[in-house]
Design a protein around this ligand. Structure first.
Ligand SMILES: [Zn+2]
Length: 141
């Protein structure tokens, strides 16, 4: 009998069309919930809180833009955004990390061969990160 890891390896990769459609659905939801300017980080912080995330800001020059963590599909998501970047970049980071939060249900960490705690490290080959980038572009540009 094939191991679980072998079975996961046989699953198809997401097509670029599927990623685009997922990004469009998430972008639509975010734009529907947003009130205020799209380049204002406060607009997206309110959206994050409205969908049940814990929203955290921190100031760490020279470090990453932000991060997302969740304790699985049913858990609370935590979004942390680095205020060392400009407000318009912070707005994009909120959008990006909110997209990760939305994706936790669609692509839970168990299916991505990750730990049960979804602490996301922005691997550029990760489909969730690619979709979050697309959402960022659809909403912020
Ligand atoms: Zn990402």
């Amino acid at each position: 009998m094939a191991s679980v890891k072998m079975r996961i390896a046989r699953l198809p990769h997401l097509s670029s069309r599927t990623k685009q459609e997922a990004a469009q659905l998430i972008a639509h939801k975010l734009l529907r919930l947003a009130e205020g300017r799209s380049d204002d980080p406060a607009t997206w912080r309110r959206v994050a809180e409205r969908i049940g995330c814990r929203a955290v800001s921190y100031h760490a020059p020279g470090c990453g833009r932000g991060e997302y963590a969740a304790t699985g599909p049913e858990g609370i998501g935590v979004i942390a955004v680095n205020t060392a970047y400009s407000p318009s970049i912070q707005a994009r980071v909120w959008i990006h990390e909110i997209a990760h939060h939305e994706l936790r249900v669609w692509i839970p960490p168990q299916l991505a061969d990750a730990a049960d705690i979804y602490r996301y490290a922005d691997n550029p080959r990760d489909a969730r990160h690619q979709i979050a980038r697309l959402v960022e572009r659809l909403v912020a540009e």
